[in-house]
Design a protein around this ligand. Structure first.
Ligand code: ADP
Ligand code: X2W
Length: 264
């Protein structure tokens, strides 16, 4: 099966055009690709935390997650956002089935090594049978990034990290849909997009702070995926018309991430 994991960032989710979902559905219906959506929802979590006067902070793009934050994160991701994406696909004429990483122990997790992050998890195992059975029923799976660990403990997993874990488990292509045309760098006061970056370049861009915030987990998850044999990883603009279709057809769109140039 030619799986493609499409990670929809919270930065674009609320405003993705209907044509985006129509493109996902057409990939599915043409039979060449089996799309799986993994979503984020950071801005909506921020909004609810703010409304409830709960403080929030990030370390290297990951949200520090205590009990109170964890409750709200799960509510937003596995409730509001997951069902919104499922509805969007139905509205665009497709069929989809939403699950959280907790359902069927889809995303088995352990706490991340940085203890100061609280209940932030890393995925240690993906129960691919959950995805496979949804696909078998003819639905597009929509996954929210909450993981489950020992004794039923929930974990907040960054959407990019969850998407990469699912792609690794299925040996799938991976595509990050975000609100930027790709990785941007500044030269002579002007910003331009990189068509391709290597692992070494990514590390340098993080080091010199050209890559910051939510882009850090994205590129780290991309590299981790490539190291574990994901065939292709890219970051593309969700608002650009046909971007997803062009990406799967190998057009030069967004930023392609590679381990090194020889194997590009
Ligand atoms: N070098 C960079 N190029 C492009 N965007 C970057 C870069 N470094 C940091 N960013 C930020 O990363 C954001 C995308 O990450 P994030 O907000 O987590 O998006 P998403 O919700 O789509 O996962 C961009 O909107 C931008 O603010
Ligand atoms: C640990 C961690 O940072 N989890 C993220 C999960 C949502 C997410 O990843 O949303 P985006 O894709 O919109 O960034 C969070 O709490 O915001």
């Amino acid at each position: 099966m030619n799986y493609i994991v499409i990670k929809c960032g919270g930065s674009v989710l609320e405003n993705l055009p209907k044509t985006f979902y129509e493109d996902v559905i057409s990939l599915h219906q043409n039979g060449d690709w089996t799309p799986i959506i993994v979503h984020g929802g950071g801005p909506l979590i921020n909004k609810l935390l703010n409304n409830l006067h709960v403080e929030t902070s990030f370390v290297n793009g990951l949200r520090v997650t205590n009990h109170e934050v964890l409750d709200i994160v799960e509510m937003v991701l596995s409730g509001t956002v997951n069902k919104q994406v499922v509805r969007n696909i139905i509205e665009a004429g497709g069929s989809s089935f939403g699950v959280s990483g907790v359902d069927g122990c889809l995303l088995k997790a352990v706490p991340t090594t940085d203890e100061s992050l609280g209940f932030v998890g890393e995925v240690v195992e993906v129960n691919t049978t959950v995805i496979e059975s949804i696909v078998k029923q003819g639905h597009i799976p929509v996954v929210s990034p909450i993981g489950i660990g020992e004794n039923g403990q929930r974990y907040n997993i960054n959407g990019d990290v969850a998407a990469s874990a699912v792609a690794k488990a299925l040996e799938a292509n991976l595509c990050f849909i975000s609100d930027i045309p790709g990785i941007l760098v500044e030269k002579n006061g002007e910003k331009f997009k990189l068509d391709m970056v290597t692992k070494a370049e990514v590390e340098e861009l993080i080091e010199n702070k050209t890559i910051y915030g939510g882009m850090i987990p994205k590129v780290k998850a991309a590299i981790d995926g490539l190291v574990h044999k994901i065939p292709m990883v890219g970051i593309i603009d969700g608002f650009e018309k046909n971007s997803l279709v062009e990406y799967v057809n190998g057009k030069n769109i967004g930023t392609k991430i590679v381990l090194d140039e020889e194997i590009a």
